[in-house]
Design a protein around this ligand. Structure first.
Ligand code: FMN
Length: 425
């Protein structure tokens, strides 16, 4: 199951470090490639030579032992499909939770954008320490999976919770996480992000507050889950998948249309301007004598609705009559939803809506009107979620009327849950 998977194991200075030796063997036996980063303190408990022999790879300890142009904390993070930190000491847990990167292991963890699993092991009083408890919560909130320690006799002589969980449990968690990372293998996902930029003249434009962070989180998660991602964005992010930079709603529509036929999913997370200026000036508009000026706006294309209609027309023959009736406006609004639902062909289309009031009511009306397969509704009246910030809280509606509310969480966690949800359609 782990054939050719790249597992990066961080070993820290806890007494349970010796238990990792058998785990490394198990991973190797299952066909995985294993690389080890040990903290300098870990080498008090297990030797570099042992780790090196078992992993059949060099063991990385020193951050400034730089051999290549790309420093180790970046190249190891790029190499790995997953990172396991086991045993994780109270010290390393707390440093990673607080963003401290003062050795190779903590620096790699800081630079790691894929899945991290941690298996803490420590004295039971350390595990009960309020600071450690808070730091564990911070890590969990960021999507790091914590395999809690078990109860039992501890090496320090105490009885209590603190013993490293079983090797089987760690192995299974890694296997499950790596399988999850294949969930969208072979699927092409187009994701839009950011607010569109509607130019007034060469130096001025109108736009909106969308930061593109939700779209970026979706694109990164889809990539981690094995998808072939096309990221169509107005904001310039560094990403390891295909990125198409666009400005206006019209540019964005063209870019999405180019990808339509070969896509399995289209997720419209961008905030597309409803209107653009009617007369775009080729020259900078000069300040005149008048106290006010008027700009006239015209409607932008409704990208989501047009995508849904295009999909409708690509539907199978059996729905043809219904589709024609729909095209001739011969169906009532509520019926049009049923007609659109009859069409199950690809791509699955996911819309986003930002509402400042009556979230659910407006979202229900929007999904019925547009005919998309899923609609993700955001409440933008709240300052702690949505536009510009790192957290979100959304409600997902599907075309059958099912509703799923996702509690407030960082956008990367929300992104994963959205992708899981639309993939289980
Ligand atoms: C014998 C001995 C055993 C230790 N076992 C643990 C342990 O199981 N868990 C833990 O969190 N710290 C343990 N410590 C303390 C850590 O080694 C210490 O906090 C160290 O700074 C951790 O460094 P690192 O996180 O960079 O590896 C132990 C220390 C000693 C001397």
């Amino acid at each position: 199951m782990l054939q050719s998977k790249h597992i990066l194991i961080g070993v820290t200075g806890g007494i349970a470090a010796y238990k990792i030796c058998t785990l490394i063997r198990d991973f190797k036996k299952s066909g995985a490639e294993v690389k080890i980063i040990a903290t300098p303190n870990a080498l008090n408990f297990v030797t570099k030579l042992t780790l090196q022999n078992l992993s059949q790879n060099e063991v990385y300890v020193e951050e400034f032992d730089v051999k290549n142009w790309k420093p180790e904390h970046i190249s190891l993070a790029d190499w790995a499909d997953i990172m396991l930190i086991a045993p994780a000491t109270a010290n390393t847990i707390s440093k990673i939770a607080q963003g401290i990167a003062d050795n190779l292991l903590t620096s790699v963890a800081c630079a790691f954008s894929k899945k991290i699993i941690m298996a803490p092991a420590m004295n039971c009083n350390m595990w009960q320490n309020e600071t450690i408890k808070d730091n564990i919560k911070i890590l969990q909130k960021r999507g790091i999976e914590i395999l809690e320690p078990e109860n039992g006799f501890l090496a320090c002589g105490y009885m209590g919770k603190g013993r490293l969980c079983s090797s089987d449990k760690i192995f299974n968690a890694i296997e499950e996480a790596l399988n999850y990372s294949q969930m969208l293998k072979g699927q092409k996902i187009v994701i839009t992000a950011g607010g569109t930029i509607e130019e007034i003249d060469p130096v001025r434009y109108i736009s909106n507050y969308s930061s593109g962070k939700m779209g970026l989180a979706l694109a990164k998660s889809a990539y981690d889950m094995g998808a072939d991602v096309v990221f169509i964005t107005t904001k310039d992010f560094d990403v390891p998948f295909k990125k198409v930079m666009v400005k206006s709603a019209q540019d964005m529509q063209n870019a999405v249309n180019d990808e339509f036929d070969s896509s399995n999913y289209i997720i419209m997370a961008a905030a597309v301007a409803d209107y653009r200026v009617k007369e775009h000036s080729e020259q900078k508009i000069k300040k005149g004598e008048q106290d006010s000026i008027t700009l006239e706006f015209v409607k932008n294309p409704d990208i989501l609705a047009e995508l849904c209609n295009r999909k409708l027309f690509n539907c199978s023959e059996t729905n043809k009559n219904e589709i024609l009736r729909f095209a001739q406006n011969d169906v009532q609004a509520e019926e049009s939803h049923d007609v659109k639902s009859a069409c199950n062909d690809k791509p699955v289309i996911v819309g986003f809506c930002a509402e400042s009031e009556n979230l659910l009511e407006n979202a229900k009306a929007k999904i019925a009107k547009k005919g998309c397969d899923f609609l993700v509704a955001n409440d933008i009246s709240r300052k702690d979620i949505g536009f510009g910030v790192n957290d979100n809280e959304v409600t997902i509606l599907n075309k059958n009327g099912d509703i799923l509310k996702l509690d407030k969480a960082p956008k990367n966690i929300i992104a994963r849950k959205i992708l899981e949800c639309i993939n289980m359609k």
